[in-house]
Ligand binder design. Structure first.
Ligand code: GLU
Ligand code: ZN
Length: 298
């Protein structure tokens, strides 16, 4: 598949943190950055940062630069240049064209309302439409429908089979590239071997695994840590305005994130420098200590 996608480099650990610039880093995204960083560094791997800026309407001005500054202030230094998804058009288009040529995708004009009326799961209604129509999305023919996989933290994951078998969207009706397309293409493009991220992406991972099979590529290994939730039980996210983390004083947030990840940092490290804390954390990182679920109230 696609010329732009580099060959497998699977003998070297390559991890990544892939924030969307829809807001600044909060405690939930700090955990994602830290967990992916520590797993990479503990395994003598490389850690990359990718800005997932494929959705301009949801982007917040200045967020990309602010996220990168925060990572630097927190001592989380990345290897290689930051990849911006907004620069990847050509690569995504190439993959879309190949999917089309191999008749692995089709145009779909169905509205959200129509899909809802047939039970909410897309039933392949437009599979016969091969002509591009205006105002249509592109769906992939999901021949794999993977619904179960092994996870480095959750162990065996089982997803809703109907959802896992759905022909999912790779190009949105509004012309924007879908998350599923961009994330899989870029994880291949960057030679990513390990993806450590939050449990909100457990279901999308099943689709992504199907996508790797359709593209005939080896998938990375996945590990999903539990989500930090607000007092009301909502996932901490930019959408619910989760508190930003302190820029000037990273140690308390790093210490709290390590504790959340089950790493049990010794108390005296609360007085340590960022470098000392991270050095300890890299050396002592144990993915088996990350809890499968956690109802931490922040
Ligand atoms: N950009 C996505 C987010 O901020 C994460 C994608 C991923 O880790 O695969 O939620
Ligand atoms: Zn349709």
């Amino acid at each position: 598949m696609s010329q732009s996608l580099r060959p497998d480099t699977s003998s070297i650990y390559r991890g990544r943190f892939a924030p969307s610039p829809s807001g600044l880093l909060h405690f939930g995204s700090l955990i994602a950055a830290l967990a992916s960083y520590l797993d990479a560094k503990h395994n003598n791997g490389q850690w990359l940062v990718r800005i997932e800026d494929i959705d301009p309407p949801r982007e917040k001005v200045g967020a990309s630069a602010a996220i990168l500054t925060t990572l630097e202030n927190y001592g989380l230094h990345w290897d290689e240049e930051v990849l911006y998804q907004s620069q990847q058009d050509k690569v995504y288009r190439e993959v879309l064209a190949e999917l089309g040529q191999q008749q692995l995708s089709y145009y779909c004009r169905c509205t959200r309302g129509e899909i809802k009326a047939t039970g909410g799961i897309y039933q392949g209604h437009c599979r016969h439409l091969s002509q591009p129509a205006s105002n249509s999305a592109i769906r992939i023919i999901n021949t794999m429908g993977i619904s179960q996989y092994h996870d480095l933290i959750q162990h065996s994951v089982t997803c809703n089979t109907e959802l896992a078998q759905e022909d999912f969207i790779v190009l949105r009706k509004d012309g924007l590239f879908a998350y599923q397309l961009a994330v899989v293409v870029d994880d291949i493009y960057q030679g990513i071997t390990h993806v450590i991220r939050g449990c909100d992406l457990l279901e999308p991972t099943a689709r992504q695994l199907s996508f790797y099979q359709i593209l005939q590529r080896n998938p990375p290994k996945f590990g999903h840590f539990p989500l930090a939730v607000t007092q009301q039980g909502f996932k901490l996210s930019k959408q619910n305005n989760a508190a930003e983390i302190d820029q000037k004083n990273p140690v308390p947030s790093l210490f709290a994130a390590l504790t959340f990840l089950g790493q049990q940092p010794p108390k005296q490290l609360q007085q340590a420098s960022v470098t000392e804390l991270l050095t300890w954390a890299i050396a002592h990182w144990s993915i088996t200590q990350v809890p499968k679920s956690q109802e931490i109230v922040l």
